[in-house]
Ligand binder design. Structure first.
Ligand SMILES: [Zn+2]
Length: 488
């Protein structure tokens, strides 16, 4: 752990500072990404760092399929260490049980995943902070992308490096870092196909793009929600007209949009109406939600920057956990056709366009939900208005396969070792489309999906930060789990 912490301070943090400076927005937010070169710049930055810190027999390639964002692909052969895990460790000391011991490298492949593309700027950054302005303050690195998910490639290499230094065995590892995640990973299936022979069949997938409920223990993600987004457009006129003249005759486009949105969710409670956007919540996940609610307490909602007086959507903490992990929720994330208040005249505007984002439960099919959403929104347009929904992203969530005992115990031990507290398991509310793709492709794999997005880390929003101490510990914990996999 000490050497990992030093490596973070001396090498990783300075490189992440450079990374934050680059506006490497995901292709959805930078259509000219290829021309602008920011994505390439961060890939080169990460690749250069990895080459400089290469493990002896590691190979690295920036893979570029035509017309697609690049992928950084690293292969690290299995390593036979000279030490065994501490005697007395509850992990099976390999010798007696499997015939393995010092010199064993473990079976299969460990796939470590992260991404380098970023969310756009967003407004609301505090004084002295900004998306492309790296600031290290109070043990945190502020700026866009440090925590989501620039740190991942550095943490992955640092973890493997520490295993080598400590002469601890690990299986063959591949590190796959994409640049399309914040756009729904639409480039990834092509890379999974192109790299299939080199990825092989992972027995363990370590995803480093998720969250943690607090910074006091290790968190494993058991599920991710899916997402369907797109733009709802309501057109009523060919051009704007005097509202005194036309209101009462011409229906107002925003009102029509409100009515249409009310078909999706209840305006009083936010509950999504249509049962096809819901999924049954497994009993085990309800139990884990209860435990997580017990550990997190009111931090579940207190970590959000509520305005004074604002209350969470439910007073029951467990329900809040389930709401954000297993239930659908709708948000309006953007608008067109609405002037800023200062330039708004008394006019009936010709149209209202709203960007919609519907989170869906882990086990609801994204493509089907998108089709269904479009059908509901476009059905029977009031007054014969021109109503359309252009679907954007449609990503299915992910639900972890049952965690094998070795992994549960390895994660718990790592949490005890580095934080002094047991590991926790919880669903996450966000979406990593890659996980659904991998889950489908490698149904026999075990998954450790974890990350540094804890309270106030605020990925996608203003004031995003990377909790450096937590990232150090997580790096060491991931190394321990990879070492434990050898003996599984
Ligand atoms: Zn991410």
């Amino acid at each position: 752990m000490n050497s990992i912490a030093q490596f973070w301070d001396s090498s990783i943090v300075p490189t992440l500072v450079d990374y934050v400076r680059v506006p490497a927005k995901s292709p959805h937010f930078d259509r000219d990404w290829a021309k602008n070169g920011h994505i390439d710049a961060v890939v080169e930055l990460a690749a250069g760092w990895c080459r400089k810190n290469a493990l002896p027999d590691m190979t690295l390639e920036v893979v570029r399929l035509p017309g697609r964002t690049p992928v950084l692909f690293i292969e690290v052969p299995a390593f036979a260490g000279s030490t065994q895990e501490k005697p007395g460790s509850p992990l099976k000391s390999a010798a007696g049980t499997t015939g393995a011991g010092a010199g064993t490298t473990g079976e299969g492949t460990v796939l470590l995943y992260g991404h380098l593309d970023k969310q756009p700027e967003m407004t609301g950054w505090a004084e002295g902070l900004g998306p492309w302005l790296p600031v290290v303050k109070d043990g945190k690195l502020y700026g866009r992308g440090g925590a989501d998910d620039g740190y991942a490639v550095f943490a992955a290499i640092a973890a493997l490096k520490s295993l080598r230094e400590e002469k601890r065995s690990h299986a063959r590892c591949v590190v796959l870092i994409e640049c399309c995640e914040e756009s729904g990973s639409y480039d990834l299936p092509a890379y999974l196909d192109a790299l299939a022979a080199r990825i092989q069949s992972p027995s363990l997938v370590v995803g480093l793009d998720s969250g943690c409920g607090n910074y006091e223990q290790m968190w494993g993600t058991t599920s991710l929600r899916g997402i369907v987004n797109g733009v709802l457009t309501v057109e009523v006129l060919a051009e704007g007209v005097h509202s005194g003249d036309a209101s009462g005759v011409v229906a107002e486009s925003f009102r029509i949009a409100r009515g249409i949105l009310a078909r999706i969710d209840d305006v009083e409670t936010g509950a999504v109406r249509d049962p096809s956007f819901h999924a049954p919540i497994p009993e085990e996940r309800r139990e884990q939600a209860k435990r997580a609610a017990g550990v997190l307490g009111r931090e579940i909602h207190a970590r959000f920057p509520f305005v004074p007086g604002m209350q969470p959507m439910d007073a029951r903490l467990e329900e809040l956990v389930l709401n954000r992990t297993w239930r659908p929720a709708l948000a309006v994330t953007g608008a067109e056709g609405l002037p800023l208040p200062a330039s708004a005249g008394n006019v009936l505007r010709p149209k209202t366009a709203l960007a919609l984002s519907l989170r869906i439960p882990p086990t609801v099919d994204g493509a089907r939900a998108a089709k269904h959403l479009k059908a509901i929104l476009e059905a029977e347009p009031p007054y014969g208005a021109r109503v359309s929904f252009e679907a954007g992203q449609a990503a299915t969530g992910w639900h972890a396969p049952a965690t094998e005992a070795w992994l549960a115990s390895a994660v718990d031990q790592a949490s005890q070792k580095h934080w002094g507290k047991p590991a926790m398991w919880m669903g996450e509310g966000g979406t990593i489309p890659f996980m659904a793709m991998l889950g489908e492709k490698f149904p026999q794999a075990q998954f450790l999906i974890t990350g540094v997005l804890g309270p106030h880390a605020n990925a996608h929003g203003p004031n995003e930060f990377l909790h450096i101490e937590y990232a150090k510990k997580l790096t060491a914990a991931v190394a321990d789990v990879i070492a434990a996999q050898v003996k599984s």
